[in-house]
Design a protein. Sequence first.
Length: 180
Amino acid sequence: MRSNLNERLMGQSALLMVAAFAAGALIAACREAPGTPVRPLEVTAGTACSLDGMLLADYPGPKAQIHYASGTPDFFCDTVEMFSIYLQPEQQKRVAAIYVQDMGATDWDTPAGHWIDARSATYVHGSRKRGSMGPTLASFARESDARSFATQQGGHVMRFEQVTPDMVALDGGALHDSRM
């Protein structure tokens, strides 16, 4: 009798383990699959900069967005702000994706859409063109567009990994913004 009881209990335990495994698999399937790319979000008239609250649509130059693994995005009215946050040593949030606008495909004064992966973009640092915070890093999908821009507007062409914290220090850019 005791043997039958043990067999039944073992059978029920195995059944519970299978059910728990199946429930876990169903829950995991409902979540976004690992490796599924995070898509950029479009800027609306009310999209505000995560750093200073400025409305992105009100300012010229390339915008940026960082999407964190938590699912929360931060928007930036300038690529300099995005880099300054991303490159901070105390940045602890896990980044799922970073997007900037392709300035070879959108208008500088009223940029819209044309989001590209920031890590694969080509940048121009030190040009005469100004973004919302003054000097900015112009972002391009194609290196040839970046080189053409640098020829016309000055500056030097660089890759994402070449940008350093001293290039994107936020040391008073807002003080130069006459529209604030």
